[in-house]
Design a binder for this molecule. Structure first.
Ligand code: FES
Length: 59
């Protein structure tokens, strides 16, 4: 599903980036999510926050 229609960024792309350790600012810089109309910003941030909260940090 597309999260950002302006830049054609899918939820999968955002989730993968977050799982790889990127925060929202880094994902925004890399993909351009939220840099056009900005309507996707809150959803994208929530998705990143959700992924980060569920990622298990190796001991
Ligand atoms: S939908 Fe993401 S910037 Fe417009």
């Amino acid at each position: 599903m597309y999260i950002c229609l302006c830049k054609a960024i899918s939820d999968k792309t955002i989730v993968q980036s977050a799982q790889n350790g990127c925060d929202y600012a880094q994902i925004r810089k890399q993909t351009g999510v939220g840099t056009e109309c900005g309507k996707c910003t809150q959803v994208a941030k929530s998705l990143v926050k959700e992924v980060i909260s569920t990622v298990k940090i190796p001991a």
